[in-house]
Design a protein around this ligand. Sequence first.
Ligand code: FES
Ligand SMILES: [Fe+2]
Length: 447
Amino acid sequence: MASSGTIQLIYLQDCQSRQSSRKEVMARLPKPAEGSWTEHYGLGTAPVSYEGTTSPEYYEVEREAVFRRSWLHVGRVEQVDRTGAYFTKEIAVLGTSIVVVRDADGKVRAFHNICRHRGNKLVWTDFPSEETAGVCRQFTCKYHAWRYNLDGSLNFVQQEGEFFDLDKGAFGLVPVHCDVWQGFIFVNFADEPEQPLHEYLGPMLGALDGYPFERMTERRVYRTEIKANWKLFVDAAQEFYHAPVLHLKQNPPALALPMQDNGFEAPYYQIDGPHRVVSTNGIRAWDLPEDKRKRMDTITRSGLFGAWDAPDLGIEKMPAGINPGGCEPWGMDSFQVYPNFLLGIWSQNWVMSYTYWPTGFNSHVFEGTLHFIPAKTPGEYLAHEMAGVAFKEYLLQDANTLEATQMMLESGVVNRFPIGDQEVLCRALIEETDRWIADYKEKKGIS
Ligand code: FES
Ligand SMILES: [Fe+2]
C-alpha cells in the first residue's frame, strides 16, 4: 500500500502533468522563445547589486527620477462616488499630501493639499499627518477660513478688504495631473507628464480593458509600515517560487511538501515597457481529497487563493490581457505597474491591489486591497473573510522576511547576488529603475 507521502506525490505529479510548462507557453508565443525568460527579454545574467535598496543617495535620485515622473495609483473612483466626495493621500516620497475630489462636473481632480494663504494643510481631520476622507461642498481652511470650490478655485477670503490687490483667480489650489484607467485613479507630479496615462500603461495593461473591476466593490484594505525598501516588496510579488518555502504552512501539506521537493515554476513572464506580469498555474485545494485539505478551508470553501466558488463576472468574454500566456489551469496574473502598483487578478474572479509608498530608503508604507464582487450570501461573505485572513498571514510572513533582508543587505557584507530565471522580473525592476535614473541624470546634465 502506498504511504501517504507517496499518495501526496502522485497527486501532485498528476496535477503538475496537467499544468502548462514554461516550454509549452514559450512555444506558443507570437515570437517563440527558447531558453530562459531572462535571455528572451534581453536582460543580463550576471549577479545583481541591491545598492538601490540600501543607498540613501540612490533613493534621493529615485524620488525625482522615478516618482516625480511616473503615473502613481492613489485610489479608486468608488472612493469619490459623488460630487464633493474626497480623500487625501500622503505622498511622503515627494514630501507632499494631495486631496483627490470629484468636482461638480463629475471630473476627478487632484490638488496639493496646501492652503494658498499661509500654507496650512487644507484637508485633515484629527491628526495632520493622517489621511482622511469625506464629502463636502467646498474646502474650508481651518486656520483663517479661506474657501475653495471643488475645482480648486478660491472663492472666499476672510477680511478680503485688508489684503493688497489680491487677485483671487491667481490663488486657487495647486493642481496635480490626474487621470483614471479602469476606475483606478492615477496622479503624476511632473510639470508635464511625458506620456498620457493610457499611453504610459501600454498594450499589456491596455488589454485588461473590459475586466469588471467596477463590480468589485466589497473591499478589504490593509496598511502597514515596513522597514524595508519598497522594491524589496515589489520583488516578493513578482516571483512565486518562494511560496512553497516561506509560506509552506499556509498550503495543505499535501500540496506544499511535494512542491517544495519538486520546485515551483511560474509558466509565464512578460515585460512590456516598464511594466511586467507573471502568471501562475492554478492550485486547486478543492481537488484534494477532503482529509488532505485544511479543515477551515473546507468549512469556509476558501483559503489562500480566495473563495473556491467563483462569482459570475457578468462579461461575455475575458479581456485578452487576462492570462496572457494561456496557462492551464490558470491561477493568477500578478501585473506590476511601474513603479509601485501591483494588480493581482485571480482565476477565482477576485482581485488584489498593492501599492508601496516609500517613506525613506529603507522603509515604506504598504497598502493592500482585496476586491470582491459583493457577497450575496453569508457563506460568500465568510469565504471573503477567510481570503482576507489568509492574505494577512502570508503578508506578515513576507513583511517579516523583507525586514530581515533589508537589515542584512545594509550590512554591506555582500554586494553581488545571483538571481535565477524565476526572478527575471526582479532583475527587470533593477535594470528598469537604473534606466530611469540614467535617463533623468542625462536630461538634467547630472554626472
Ligand atoms: S492658512 Fe489657510 S486660511 Fe490662512
Ligand atoms: Fe510571499
